[in-house]
Write a protein that binds this ligand. Structure first.
Ligand SMILES: NC(=O)c1ccc[n+]([C@@H]2O[C@H](COP(=O)([O-])OP(=O)(O)OC[C@H]3O[C@@H](n4cnc5c(N)ncnc54)[C@H](O)[C@@H]3O)[C@@H](O)[C@H]2O)c1
Length: 433
């Protein structure tokens, strides 16, 4: 099929590259000229394992193209994916202005076309009702009703494993109001042999928010239990392992630590809280999920201050800045608040992250960003781990002990075994242990 994908962020570029590798002709559109120029040179503007290779292979095969010009891409496409950002406004509401802008641009192109049906697929995470708004924009801009269908097809990929998640999804949700549109999108996904679920547009829109809110709830739940563990002498890792073996619960997303961050969970929980309030229901559980998440960072900073006392003139080594491993995404990363708090209290912070340093340098200007782990650790008064990158898990603890000025580790992600750390002669402070 001929596809246009609007937006070449994590979702749009992965969608475009994956659908092209399944044999479709894909044109990816972005309004950011720098981004398009990079992509045209074969460079991927963010860190995502496997994506540069996939983009290169399909570009070379002539199935994947990049442009700033939406009109050409849309006029020849049978299916148009909208995959632009929907960040949080200051009141928590999802900012859908980019989706609206794109819908208007698509209308401008489609009203000039005499015939040809197109399916407009919303892949961005949007509040319930956005499908109707997109339809309304098209109709108001004189696109004949019979010439388009609007579909909601939320994306569940995770940064860091985005290609695998796209190609082997747990499910594909297709929210449509007619079987013709449903069949077209089902045909596109057929090669994946995925479990396809047909819903109304409004259910599909809510499924995405409900999924992310549940994941955030699991994280805040286990953090709540971790806080109880610390006070009663239990170990959250032992508790989570056993609780997670119950098939009704599952082990995923039961890792206690600094809480959730990133470009999706915080904004999607906030957007759902806003949507719920706007529609007359006070979301009690979701408000608590957010409160626990904020508490985790404050409590962790509190532990560092309690142990080190006055932070003025203390050198602190930080390992990990990205909100999770295998990404360079710094959006809502807990590291931002932790590092800023340490610096505000007078500490000097030397930080290392395998991928996120360029993005982090714009957000935490006062920290010194170094190029390897031990440059950060050498001579520091404490080591603070904020992201669970595999290379930090495998670090030589004996060497860490020798390099640190005082042998102290604050493990914000519970990646180390207390026994191993203590055997190496280091003092250990984790979360819920
Ligand atoms: N990042 C994730 O892991 C993830 C996972 C699932 C769903 N989502 C959702 O998918 C959507 C996109 O997320 P993302 O992380 O890929 O966003 P992103 O911010 O990384 O990328 C969005 C891209 O859209 C482009 N854009 C904005 N307005 C445009 C316009 N008018 N015309 C053309 N291009 C335009 C931007 O320049 C940018 O390159 C969001 O709604 C997000 O919630 C994200």
């Amino acid at each position: 099929m001929k596809l246009a994908v609007i937006g070449t962020g994590y979702v749009g570029l992965v969608t475009g590259a994956c659908f092209s590798s399944l044999g479709n002709q894909v044109v990816c559109v972005d309004k950011d000229p720098k981004r398009v120029a990079l992509l045209k040179k074969g460079r991927v503007p963010f860190y995502e394992p496997g994506l540069p290779e996939l983009v290169a292979k399909n570009t070379k095969a002539g199935r994947l193209k990049f442009t700033r010009k939406l009109a050409g891409a849309v006029s020849s496409a049978e299916v148009v994916f909208i995959a632009v950002g929907t960040p949080s406004r200051s009141n928590g509401q999802a900012d859908v202005s980019a989706v609206i802008e794109v819908a208007k641009e698509i209308s401008g192109v489609m009203k000039k076309l005499r015939h040809g049906h197109k399916v407009i697929v919303n892949k961005s995470t949007v509040p319930v009702g956005m499908g109707d708004i997109v339809s309304k924009i098209l109709v108001e801009n004189k696109v004949p009703k019979n010439n388009f269908s609007v579909v909601s097809n939320p994306e569940f990929l995770r940064e860091g494993s985005a290609i695998g998640d796209f190609m082997r999804p747990d499910r594909v949700v297709i929210g449509a109001d007619n079987s013709q549109a449903f069949n077209i999108i089902t045909d596109l996904y057929r090669p994946l042999n995925a479990h396809i679920i047909f819903t109304s547009i409004k259910s599909a829109e809510l499924i995405k928010y409900a999924s992310n809110a549940f994941l955030a709830t699991k994280i805040s739940f286990i953090n709540e239990i971790a806080n109880i563990c610390e006070r009663v002498g239990s170990d959250i890792s032992e508790v989570a392992n056993a609780v997670g073996l119950d098939k009704r619960i599952g082990r995923h997303f039961l890792n206690a630590g600094l809480g959730y961050g990133g470009s999706c969970l915080p904004k999607d929980v906030s957007a759902l809280v806003h949507l719920s309030r706007e529609n007359g229901h006070e979301p009690m559980l979701l408000s608590a999920v957010r409160e626990v998440n904020e508490f985790q960072i404050d409590a962790f900073i509190g532990k560092i201050i309690k142990k080190l006392g006055n932070l003025r003139s203390k050198n602190i080594a930080v390992l990990g800045l990205a909100f999770k491993p295998e990404t360079d995404d710094m959006r809502e990363a807990p590291s931002i608040k932790v590092v800023q708090a340490l610096i505000k209290k007078g500490a000097r912070v030397s930080a290392y992250d395998p991928a996120a340093a360029p993005n982090a340098s714009r957000l935490i200007k006062e920290a010194k960003l170094v190029k390897d782990m031990f440059t950060a650790i050498e001579g520091a008064d404490a080591l603070v781990v904020l992201t669970e990158w595999p290379e930090f898990v495998e670090i030589d603890l004996e060497r860490v002990k020798k390099a640190l000025k005082s042998p102290l580790i604050f493990d914000g992600r519970n990646i180390y075994d207390r026994g191993r750390v203590e055997d190496a002669g280091l003092e250990y402070v984790g979360v819920g242990r």
